[in-house]
Design a protein around this ligand. Structure first.
Ligand code: BMX
Length: 280
């Protein structure tokens, strides 16, 4: 039997059947804005009804914090979900299987640690996507709860600005709006690639902030590797810009930056493994 994995982010919902860390099937849908998460999940389960009978456990990775199977948002701009949504209960009822739920970036961190760029050494995973998420693995253990929520770091006391307010895909799209109406982060990268100066400046500013974050993470945890994923993090040129920003740091202080190897499957592969381990 396979494991049903669901990765529910601020932009897309990805469902996958995973067995022995191999992704057998996938189905992707846009994350609805507004409405109730129970309805989004119902729609997702309707779309994957043909997988019924092929899985006997479920892992759910979500943007936001998961405590005792309850799901809450830290940043409602990333995804507006009600406080303490009973995630494992709802998915348990929809699937008829035991459910393990975790934060999306923590699940991806576990995937990259176990089967990807982490190489099973102490690592920090950063996803630069709609928001900025992260996960920490030390001594072979994934830290849960709030650990790794780097996007929520406060930049100053006076305003409620968080780090992801100045780095993430959400920010990139917002900055671009004066140059190109309703631009998506993807379009900003395309414009930067095509040599548009305004777009290049926005992407560089985001990458410089991410570089600064990596530098501070190194001082906090001294991981062997920092693995970067997410639609923005893996966009062409982004890692190079981070490396450039870290350029003249003394070698001992310099983080070892790597691109995520599981790409957009990191979350579903990671949460499948966590769900399987929990069952053993
Ligand atoms: C936000 C926060 C994190 C999440 C990160 C990346 C919410 C709803 N989410 O910082 O829990 O890991 O975004 O999420 O508060 P993504 O949707 O951009 O992948």
């Amino acid at each position: 039997q396979a494991t049903l994995s669901i990765d529910l982010g601020g932009t897309k919902m990805l469902a996958a059947l995973v067995r022995d860390r191999t992704v057998l099937e996938t189905h992707k849908m846009a994350t609805p804005r507004g409405g109730d998460p129970a309805e989004w999940l119902q729609a997702l389960f309707d779309a994957i009804a043909m997988w019924n009978g092929r899985y006997d456990k479920v892992g759910v990775a979500v943007t936001g914090i998961v405590d005792d199977g309850h799901w809450s948002a830290l940043n409602r701009n990333t995804l507006d979900i009600p406080d303490r949504f009973p995630l494992t209960d709802v998915v348990g009822a929809l699937s008829g299987s035991p459910v393990l739920a975790a934060n999306d970036a923590q699940a991806a961190a576990w995937g990259e640690f176990s089967f990807g760029a982490g190489r099973r050494e102490d690592m920090v995973f950063l996803t630069v996507s709609t928001g900025i998420g992260g996960g920490i693995v030390v001594n072979g253990r994934l830290l849960g709860g709030l650990a790794g929520h780097f996007g929520q770091f406060r930049l100053d006391e006076a305003t409620h600005h968080t780090l992801e307010d100045q780095v993430s895909g959400h920010w990139i799209a917002g900055e671009a709006s004066v140059h190109q109406k309703d631009a998506t982060a993807r379009e900003v990268f395309a414009a930067a690639d095509a040599g548009q100066e305004w777009a290049r400046r926005i992407v560089e500013a985001s990458a410089r902030q991410t570089a600064l974050l990596c530098r501070n993470i190194q001082l906090a945890l001294d991981p062997k590797r920092i693995v970067i994923g997410g639609g923005i993090g893996l966009a062409p040129g982004y890692l190079t810009s981070i490396e450039r920003a870290l350029g003249d740091l003394p070698p001992r202080l310099k983080p070892s930056i790597h691109a995520a190897e599981l790409g957009e499957n990191a979350g579903v592969v990671g949460i499948a493994d966590l769900a399987e381990r929990q069952q053993q």
